[in-house]
Design a protein around this ligand. Structure first.
Ligand SMILES: Nc1ncnc2c1ncn2[C@@H]1O[C@H](COP(=O)(O)OP(=O)(O)OP(=O)(O)O)[C@@H](O)[C@H]1O
Ligand SMILES: [Mg+2]
Length: 273
């Protein structure tokens, strides 16, 4: 099972948007996916069409006693599952609801038991091919719990001076953390969001990032999308939204997912001699 955390030190760069875009691509591709909303702000929960008073256990409550909960039993279907994709039902997309209770775990600690709370919670989880975790905008205890439970960390950056510098510092923190606390973590990469192809400043920053991050910078870049807020506000998957602008964004999320997701190939049956 692949577990991808979507993270950044800087706020508002598009973590939730990337999480929702990847969830939409996975949903359209029929990959069975669980989204965990680890940000106390819980925007992903809203974007996936889950009511905040839904009768389901939120992630903050489960993190308090990670050995007592079986996560799969508390996952709720995203409202997106009622949407049809080209007249067909798309894949399974479930959500673990976010809540303000997660903020109780913001304090940074070096105690492994604390850092591993989410990893412990996910130990028994087998029902999904992919897990996406939306993180808060900080390198706090919550984000570190996500990293320790992940196989992949995807940093989100914008093509701007402060975002590039912040991403460089986040990679350094991530590398240190990976060595000490995250044995499952295999891939760390950065995706650039809100790219305007015609902008000279963006071209300059993209070239700078390529030099700085090398092959850790993913090929797929997410364009600035004029109706993105409208799509998110409607709690709708970008893959089902009409029009060319949404279709272009959906295609880049397909490419992004392709660059990240490694399907588990079932082992070939041993030949009988
Ligand atoms: N590619 C895009 N095109 C247009 N608007 C975008 C794009 N990505 C994000 N936005 C908008 O930018 C705002 C911030 O995005 P988002 O909430 O995804 O960031 P975030 O990193 O999750 O923020 P936070 O740090 O507060 O959790 C939102 O209003 C969102 O609609
Ligand atoms: Mg967010």
């Amino acid at each position: 099972m692949q577990v991808i955390s979507i993270s950044s030190l800087k706020g508002g760069v598009g973590k939730t948007s990337i999480t929702l875009g990847l969830a939409s691509a996975a949903w359209a591709a029929g990959i069975s996916t669980l989204v965990i909303d680890l940000d106390p702000h819980a925007d992903t929960t809203t974007g996936l069409g889950i009511k905040h008073d839904a009768p389901s256990t939120d992630i903050g409550t489960m993190l308090r006693k990670p050995k007592q909960y079986r996560v799969a039993e508390h996952a709720v279907p995203s409202g997106w599952m009622e949407t049809e994709q080209d007249g067909e039902q798309a894949g399974t997309l479930h959500v673990i609801r976010g809540s303000a209770k997660t903020s109780l775990f913001e304090k940074v600690t070096t105690r492994r038991k604390e850092i591993n709370r989410l990893a412990t919670l996910l130990e028994s989880l087998e029902a999904y091919e992919l897990v996406l975790i939306d993180c808060p905008p900080a390198l706090n205890g919550v984000t570190r719990m996500a990293w320790a439970a992940s196989t992949d960390v995807l940093l989100v950056a914008e093509p701007s001076l402060f975002s590039v510098a912040g991403t460089e510092r986040t990679f350094r923190a991530l590398d240190l953390f990976q060595r000490e606390y995250a044995p499952k973590l295999k891939n760390t990469a950065v995706v650039v969001n809100r790219v305007r192809a015609a902008s000279t400043e963006h071209k300059y920053r993209l070239a700078e990032m390529r030099r700085m991050f090398g092959n850790r910078m993913l090929e797929a870049q997410i364009p600035e999308t004029s109706n993105w807020q409208q799509i998110q506000g409607a709690a709708w998957p970008v893959h089902a939204w009409p029009g060319d602008t949404a279709a272009t964004a959906a295609k880049t999320f397909d490419e992004l997912l392709k660059g990240l997701y490694e399907p588990v190939v079932p082992p070939r049956r041993a030949r009988r001699s």
